[in-house]
Design a protein around this ligand. Structure first.
Ligand code: F3S
Length: 280
């Protein structure tokens, strides 16, 4: 049997980096906290708990904790939150994805130059809230045409547009186009990260040449669900599994070419276990 794992299955670069940083800090033996769950994967969160890494959800909770190290996850936080952590006496380890830090820098600089920041993204998403915090919480946040219609700045206003890293590129283009017609002085930065798109494209390609396809990920993970749908369209024998224990080897062994992909919060270890089980 041939077993092939998609190159970009599982964690993206930013999440992998953040998770590695947490495990490294856990080994130092200090009190270690993450500001929100580092990833949405029950197994990883449980494993980190066993290594004494606790999740704190807000500054109030952190204030009540014994001093130690606080890790900022890949989504990033506002400047005010980061400063507050330091002022409370915690050692801050910044695991914000470098692609997100780039957006922080843009909005910080451009808002200080007097430009109105427009963030194309979801206002409730922690990444967007963090970005807004780097431009004094004054950004206009839009996610669709309806929101864009409501923007009413003076003609000639200086505007800087950025996007949430996971925003859909086609939609971003459409919204920038609409804003461009409003006679503002615009600069726009495409800050979308293509990790999700690449993962989906590879999954589709691999599924199209496989006899069976395994999609590995948490049952509540929406991006794994999406990968499953993409693969199922290409390969009728597509199976959604959470871990190796869900694998029905009798069925899998009846196929010649088996492909494996995994959602964005599936650790490499779990992907590897599935791969080894198939190859046995
Ligand atoms: Fe991941 Fe960073 Fe892109 S966290 S999705 S590599 S912006």
């Amino acid at each position: 049997m041939n077993v092939k794992v998609a190159e970009n299955a599982g964690f993206c670069f930013g999440v992998e980096r953040a998770v590695d940083m947490v495990y490294k800090e856990a080994m130092r033996g200090d009190n270690v906290y993450t500001f929100g769950s580092i990833i949405h994967n029950e197994q990883v969160v449980r494993e980190l708990e066993q290594q004494n890494v606790k999740v704190v959800n807000n500054l109030e909770e952190l204030r009540r904790m014994p001093k130690g190290t606080i890790i900022i996850r890949s989504h990033g936080v506002s400047k005010a939150v980061q400063d507050a952590m330091e002022n409370m006496g915690f050692r801050v380890v910044n695991a914000t994805c470098p692609f997100v830090i780039k957006i922080h820098k843009i909005v910080f600089e451009k808002s200080n130059e007097g430009r109105q920041i427009i963030i194309i993204g979801n206002e409730d998403h922690p990444e967007v809230m963090g970005i807004n915090g780097w431009c004094h919480d004054k950004a206009i946040i839009v996610k669709d045409e309806k929101d864009v219609e409501k923007i009413s700045l003076e003609e000639g206003s200086k505007v800087c547009i950025v996007a949430q890293t996971t925003f859909n590129y086609k939609k971003f283009e459409v919204l920038v186009e609409i804003i461009s017609k409003k006679r503002y002085d615009i600069i726009a930065f495409n800050t979308i990260c293509n990790a999700t798109e690449v993962r989906q494209r590879e999954a589709r390609e691999l599924a199209s040449v496989s006899d069976a396809m395994l999609v590995v990920g948490g049952k509540h993970s929406s991006n794994t669900q999406k990968l499953y749908e993409i693969c199922k369209k290409e390969c009728i024998n597509t199976y959604y599994i959470q871990t190796v224990s869900d694998l029905n080897l009798d069925i899998i062994k009846s196929f010649h070419n088996v492909g494996i992909t995994a959602g964005a919060s599936t650790p490499n270890k779990i992907i590897k276990e599935v791969q080894i089980a198939c190859q046995k």
